[in-house]
Write a new protein. Structure first.
Length: 382
């Protein structure tokens, strides 16, 4: 009887311990999940911080890859994107001698299936004598890998691949975590694609050698936002249409060239000067309040409007060779073209504050100049 009682007590104790252990295990699992969620949130926050930085698109993607490697303790991580003509490695910590193979993984049959089904593919080896399907000459670097195809709006745009130097290293990994990371990578790529477009749109203007307006939204903004406040000035050559019509378009082009050259040579290289559109130009006085630039702009305006601009004889002759005009009319036109003209400028200035929309400020300045009286030639603060 006593023995039976002892057995019952032992069974009860074992059941209690099992229940207790299951409870502890569940708490550990919950803690692990919470810890993983916290890690994912931190990674996402790091991603968002990186997107908001004033750096190039390529630098942002490289930093994001570094975050993945550090936070998730990944041995190797590579992001490859199709740029419209070829596959390009945007970020990797793999040695450069392997890059050619790493940017051709879409050609490997086992990954073609992964792309067609939009699902990740896990590959591994069993011993050091084997190699992964995409490895050609290497054995020792990677022994297991997970391939994640990347899609934006159901369009395949590249892939992310993580690798380990240990066989079967990802056997027990919850791939849903990496699926979340993959989605975050796609979000980043979608976000920075607009910045990349702006960066690629920047051109040097033919007549002035200045950057185009798009410069202000990419690399230029990175420089401008090193300061809390800056003054943005936009000016228009208000008599350009008159010169084009009364004299010639070539003289108008010469006016644009000489005005921009004079201003470029007389402002600090710390400031940004671009040809905004047509006869409109923008100057950003980085780190300067708008009240401080008025006297400087008055001097610039006064000196520019004293410039005598005309075409030389060779330019006039070359232009007239292309025209079919009566001889008498040609002499009259040539006489006009030899007469120097003076530019007239209309300036408007506003403040820009770091973190706000520079495009809104520029649009406000442009609207003012477009709607101002055609004869207005002044410096206005708005």
């Amino acid at each position: 009887m006593v023995l039976v009682a002892l057995v019952i007590i032992l069974v009860f104790i074992i059941v209690v311990l099992v229940i207790y252990n299951l409870s502890i295990y569940k708490k550990i699992q919950n803690f692990s999940n919470i810890n993983q969620q916290v890690t994912n949130l931190r990674v996402l926050q790091d991603f968002m911080d990186t997107i908001g930085e004033y750096s190039s698109v390529d630098d942002k993607i490289k930093k994001i890859n570094d975050i993945l490697i550090e936070k998730y303790e990944i041995k190797y991580s590579t992001i490859v994107v199709f740029d419209g003509t070829e596959y390009v490695i945007k970020a990797t910590n793999v040695d450069a001698k392997h890059w050619d193979a790493m940017k051709r993984l879409q050609e490997v049959s086992i990954f073609k299936d992964s792309i067609s089904t939009a699902s990740p593919k896990y590959v591994t080896v069993n011993n050091d004598k084997e190699r992964l399907p995409y490895q050609q000459m290497e054995f020792g670097r990677a022994k297991s890998a997970i391939f994640f195809p990347l899609f934006i709006d159901n369009v395949y745009i590249g892939y992310w691949i993580i690798e380990s130097g240990t066989p079967h290293d990802f056997d027990n990994v919850d791939t849903t975590i990496f699926e979340i990371v993959k989605d975050n990578i796609i979000t980043v790529l979608k976000t920075v694609v607009h910045q990349k477009t702006l960066e690629s749109l920047v051109r040097k203007d033919l007549f002035t050698g200045l950057n185009s307006a798009e410069y202000l939204y990419g690399e230029g903004k990175k420089i401008i936002d090193q300061h809390t406040q800056s003054a943005i000035c936009m000016f228009r050559i208000v008599n350009i249409e008159e010169v084009n019509k009364k004299y010639s378009r070539e003289l108008g082009n010469e006016m644009i060239t000489q005005v921009s050259k004079y201003i470029y040579e007389n402002i600090s290289r710390d400031y940004i000067f671009v040809r905004y559109m047509g006869p409109k130009f923008a100057i950003v006085f980085c780190g300067v309040e708008k009240e401080s630039v008025t006297d400087f702009l008055n001097d610039i305006k006064e000196n520019v409007e004293k410039l005598d601009i005309k075409l030389n004889d060779t330019e006039i002759e070359n232009e007239e060779e292309l025209e079919e005009k009566p001889k008498k009319k040609k002499k009259t036109t040539a006489k006009l073209k030899k007469k120097p003209v003076n530019p007239k400028l209309n300036f408007v200035v506003s403040s820009y504050y770091k973190g706000t929309g520079i495009d809104e400020v520029l649009k406000k300045l442009e609207n003012y100049l477009d709607n101002a009286d055609k004869q207005e030639s002044d410096i206005n603060n708005i």
